[in-house]
Design a protein around this ligand. Structure first.
Ligand code: ZN
Length: 392
């Protein structure tokens, strides 16, 4: 909102607040009923002399706090906060809280708003103690939990974040389970060298979100580290049921499992059926090319991919095909390969489904919109697979 609006609103609000307060006491203060508060004219004077800052301060002081004007105070303070004038918002809220006439819900709301001011100003420790104070009340407002969740996330204090999220879930059960699962995954990642502890956290992640791909990938990592490839394979294959969009993250690990278990033909079969169901999974197509190469040689892999590229063209597919057939065309091939490899290098491999953020590394927590689990591998560029396919 423009400052001009505020300047219009404030004197009116101040005047109406003052008038209502005055009529309230008019029996006792009959003698003063024709007297205007001189401060009001002082404020107007500042306004007329183009000193809006001073005018605002005078009007805010003038605006009596009573049950009818609390809303006006809160609305004004919100306006200031939105305009980035956090200091003013803080002063109004502190002024409100100091009044003994406020009802309990009004005081709680003012406390929440003051906490939001502190959050806005980046004074997280003050915000935290204020919201914790609210939690001590018989039925704390959900905002207190939500803001504390924000703070603990920023501090990467996952245990506390989980506690807050569980409290939110008790009040509003929708849509927070998958976030709690991500917090448990964070804890598992922190304790990845303590296998038992990590497993315990992953079990919790799975309890809160059965479709948590990240927990499955981490569990597979733990099994691989213990040379337990069969269990790792089971976890990784389960990702197809959880959310096939993430399968690209599992494929290189799956290849390792099938190779260790010397069951590559089974992998080939599984990849074929996966592609039958999800023909757009370029990552699976490239993996199948790799498996074909390992089992039946480069020529078979080239033939397969060449055929596939007609129905499912992709830059990495082309790049892989060129790499596979390099020896047969000494002049043109290196040039095309340079072009395709540049295109792949500059492309973003991961995209946020919520805000469109894209980048080259996997983030489970979107750096842009701060949502959990919204970033997915883009089925165009897959670094892990490229590296695999380029290795002999
Ligand atoms: Zn995002």
């Amino acid at each position: 909102m423009a400052i001009e609006w505020l300047l219009l609103l404030l004197p009116i609000a101040a005047l109406s607040g003052w008038l209502s307060a005055r009529s309230h006491y008019k029996q006792q203060q009959d003698s003063q009923k024709n007297a205007f508060n001189p401060e009001y004219f002082k404020g107007l004077n500042f306004l007329l002399n183009e000193q809006p800052d001073k005018a605002i301060d005078v009007f805010i002081k003038l605006l009596e706090v009573n049950s009818e004007t609390v809303e006006t105070h809160l609305a004004l303070a919100n306006l200031f906060r939105r305009r980035g004038e956090t200091d003013r918002a803080i002063r109004i809220h502190q002024n409100l809280i100091a009044r003994p006439t406020l009802t309990q819900p009004q005081r709680d709301q003012a406390l929440v708003e003051l906490g939001l001011d502190y959050m806005n100003a980046g004074v997280l420790d003050r915000a935290e103690s204020l919201f914790l104070e609210l939690l001590a009340k018989p039925s704390p407002p959900i905002q207190a939990y939500q803001q504390l969740l924000h703070i603990y996330q920023q501090e990467k204090n996952w245990l506390q974040a989980i506690e807050m999220a569980k409290n939110i879930q008790n009040i509003d059960p929708d849509n927070i389970g998958h976030i709690i699962a991500q917090f448990y995954c964070e804890l598992a990642t922190q304790h990845i060298n303590n296998t038992n502890k990590a497993f315990t956290f992953l079990k919790q992640a799975n309890k809160y979100d059965q479709n948590c791909v990240r927990a499955m990938l981490l569990e597979a990592d733990l099994h691989i580290a213990a040379n337990n490839y069969r269990k790792a394979q089971k976890c990784l294959l389960h990702i197809e049921q959880q959310n096939h969009h993430y399968i690209a993250e599992a494929l290189p690990k799956l290849l390792m499992c099938y190779q260790q278990l010397t069951t590559l033909p089974a992998f080939e079969k599984w990849l074929n059926s996966l592609l039958n169901q999800h023909p757009n999974l370029t990552s699976a197509r490239l993996m199948l090319t790799k498996v074909t190469q390992l089992q039946h040689g480069s020529q078979a892999a080239q033939d397969y991919l060449h055929k596939q590229l007609h129905s499912h063209p992709s830059v990495e597919g082309l790049h892989t095909l060129i790499s596979l057939g390099e020896p047969s065309n000494p002049v043109l091939v290196p040039l095309i390969r340079d072009i395709t490899s540049t295109m792949i290098r500059h492309g973003d491999r991961y995209t946020c489904q919520h805000c469109g953020f894209s980048g080259k590394t996997m983030h489970w927590h979107c750096p842009s919109c701060k949502r959990w689990g919204t970033i997915k591998p883009t089925e165009i560029h897959l670094s892990a697979l490229e590296t695999l396919l380029e290795s002999p």
